[in-house]
Write a protein that binds this ligand. Structure first.
Ligand SMILES: C[S@@+](CC[C@H](N)C(=O)[O-])C[C@H]1O[C@@H](n2cnc3c(N)ncnc32)[C@H](O)[C@@H]1O
Length: 651
């Protein structure tokens, strides 16, 4: 039974599982499952094979239940397989390695036969796990639907087994192994397989906030909460520390599901005959509460206490981490549906109205109101929302206007004509069906209003269009926007990387995407890339740009992997009126733009303490504009999108 109702949340985080600690001997698995489901857990994480089994020629695999005892839907919806924990593929002892490989393959084959959705692989037993990764990689090649979740402790762990000898002379803290490093080695060896995910064991201590943040960009599927992670509240019930609560709600927000594990340390559930507490496999004398039910109640309480998803977020939920090609409003003609989406963004037009109102007041003093008519040219007028915003600003400030609405999309021009009739604006607005770069204006404008901005500011070619349009702006005229700046920040985004990789070509790795970023980790604060200011009457003005940036990864993060750069913009419309999506200054409740993502062909490993140096170029040719980008520290990437061979914006 899901943890509860959270408006709009249809993700896996609604489900909570429980780990079966002891092997359910004598085909006891169905009873354990029924007991867990009856206690409101949604699934069990259960051993599939007797842990005492070692491969013997001709032996029948001692499984925890025949495939006949559960229906196919029960197997796939309610059981996650737990691969035997004794398996040690990097053991010194060859016999152990060989037995481990055989058993792992047998157990996975059995789990595939049962159509399980996932199996949890035991944590690597040592920091060098090349052979383990090799065998898992072989298995991944043959899997169709099933996912493998590599189990890892969230907190740094002591090195295991043989590793201890090698490091015994080093102090304790430096001995600790960062489990993210283990994960990173494993997934690199498995070539970023999209079927290889993570299950994190959470115990009482947690690493630093910044190092935890890295996991939000990784394919974490489950947070395995150990009962020893829980504290006891005043009434004797289990509860979590504030930091654990925050971490868990972070995971819920990233579609990670919880699994409870361990023996009960809180004897608060009504237990019949005293047999249940500490015995998660108890099956007799039903109905009896599961020993971990009080922990489940608490997890459900935390889930239900989360704020409902805001309406806009619910609307956009299907766009999360979905890669879209940026619009090309100059080269292509936008469709009615696209204009309709723009026009719903009230906040954007309110900001424009505020900017135009301020510009009108500055332009026309109160004494001159009755004698002065301001010429406003809305360039790229679409279906007219900025014409409306300008007229409302005039009404609000008592200024008189003459408006030219310039639009190159002939379909939008049809709408503009009917809008003018409908609104009775015939004496106020003139529609011009033309590209602003070649229109021969009959008079000069006081104010040029435009919205040609992409997620990265200049990526829809606002600079080139406004350079063409400023010919008909008076020398002291105002451009709204008066400037815009792009920003980037390095991110971990394994899902986006895998989605791009699925295309199996370089071109998709050299393309920028518009994407509602969700399962990502931001590694350093955003920095400015390119700024454009309008009007720009300088004779040497150029729209080519080059910027080199150095990012310092947030302290305490540890090492990390950069899959690419998230991009944003901020625009000064007029004086203090701005509009943008740069996370630190983003205009609240505005939804016209998702961020942009510039991927890297090969993700870059950034060792703890190293900066990232990245270069961005904006290149211009007579028919197109494009970006090139490259990383030079800590390692060199190729220069992406050379000559705009994979991605460009048409002029
Ligand atoms: C991002 S849309 C904005 C439309 C409208 N202002 C709004 O806010 O809904 C940009 C508009 O500018 C138009 N446009 C782009 N480049 C243009 C150009 N060079 N000349 C005229 N119109 C242009 C496009 O056809 C499109 O309608």
């Amino acid at each position: 039974m899901p943890l509860g109702q959270r408006a709009g949340d249809k993700s896996d985080s609604r489900y909570c599982g429980v780990e079966v600690l002891d092997f359910p001997a004598d085909e006891g698995l169905p009873a354990v499952l029924n007991h867990s489901l009856a206690s409101s857990f949604d699934f069990i994480l259960a051993p599939l094979v007797d842990p005492n089994y070692r491969p013997t020629p001709g032996a029948v695999l001692p499984v925890s239940a025949s495939d006949l005892v559960l229906g196919p839907a029960q197997w796939s919806n309610h059981v996650v397989g737990k691969i035997s924990e004794w398996i040690d593929l990097d053991a010194e002892d060859e016999r152990v390695r060989v037995d481990s490989e055989l058993t792992l393959k047998q157990e996975i084959a059995w789990a595939s036969h049962l159509s399980l959705q996932a199996c949890v692989l035991p944590a690597p037993r040592r920091s060098s796990c090349g052979n383990y990764a090799r065998v898992v990689n072989q298995i991944l090649q043959g899997l169709t639907n099933m996912h493998l979740w590599l189990r890892l402790p969230l907190e740094k762990c002591e090195p295991m087994d043989d590793d201890l000898d090698k490091v015994k002379n080093i102090n304790k803290t430096s001995k600790m192994v960062d489990s993210w490093e283990l994960w990173n080695s494993f997934r690199l060896l498995c070539d970023h397989s999209s079927q290889l995910c993570v299950a994190l064991d959470i115990s009482s201590t947690l690493p630093s906030i910044n190092s935890l943040g890295r996991w939000f960009g990784e394919p974490v599927r489950a947070a395995i909460l150990q009962t020893n992670a829980f504290l006891t509240n005043g009434k004797g019930y289990p509860c979590l520390s504030k930091r654990h609560q925050k971490l868990l709600t972070g995971f819920f927000n990233h579609s990670v599901q919880a699994i409870l594990s361990g023996r009960s340390n809180h004897n608060v559930s009504p237990v019949s005959g005293g047999v249940l507490s500490g015995d998660e496999n108890h099956i007799e004398g039903a109905p009896v509460r599961h020993a971990l039910s009080p922990y489940l109640d608490y997890i459900a309480y935390l889930y239900q206490k989360m704020d409902p998803l805001p309406e806009q977020e619910r609307f956009e939920i299907n766009y999360r981490d979905f890669l879209q090609s940026p619009l090309q409003p100059l080269m292509d003609n936008l469709e009615a549906q696209t204009y309709e989406t723009f026009e719903k963004d009230v906040v954007k037009y309110t900001q424009y109205q505020r900017a135009v109102a301020k510009a009108l007041i500055d332009r026309v003093s109160d004494d001159a109101v009755s004698t002065t008519r301001t010429v406003v040219m809305v360039v790229g007028a679409g279906r007219g929302p900025l014409v409306r915003a300008s007229l409302q600003a005039a009404e609000e400030t008592g200024r008189k206007l003459k408006v030219y609405a310039v639009e190159k999309n002939p379909n939008a021009v049809i709408t503009l004509h009917s809008l003018i009739k409908l609104e009775g604006w015939e004496n106020l607005v003139t529609v011009i069906s033309s590209d602003m770069r070649c229109w021969d204006a009959p008079e000069k404008a006081d104010i040029l209003v435009s919205e040609l901005l992409g997620s990265f500011g200049d990526n829809e070619l606002s600079p080139e269009c406004l350079d063409g349009a400023q010919r008909f702006l008076k020398p002291d005229g105002i451009s709204i926007p008066s400037s815009y700046t792009s920003f980037i920040q390095p991110i971990t985004a394994s899902k986006l990387h895998n989605d791009i990789k699925a295309h199996k070509d370089i071109a998709h790795f050299e393309t920028a995407y518009v994407v509602k970023l969700h399962r990502i980790a931001t590694l350093a604060p955003p920095q400015q890339v390119f700024t454009f200011t309008h009007p720009n009457f300088s004779p040497n003005a150029s729209n080519q740009r080059y910027t080199k940036l150095q990012f310092e990864i947030r302290p305490d993060t540890g090492s990390c992997l950069v899959h690419g750069f998230a991009g944003y913009f901020d625009s000064v419309l007029y004086k203090d009126v701005h509009l943008g999506i740069e996370p630190n200054t983003a205009t609240p409740n505005m939804f016209s733009w998702f961020p942009i993502f510039f991927p890297l062909r090969k993700p870059i490993y950034v060792p703890d303490g190293s900066p990232i140096e990245v270069h961005f170029w904006r290149c211009c040719a007579p028919t197109k504009v494009w970006y090139e980008w490259a990383v030079t520290t800590p390692t060199l990437s190729p220069i992406h999108n050379s000559n705009g061979r994979s991605y460009w914006v048409g002029l």
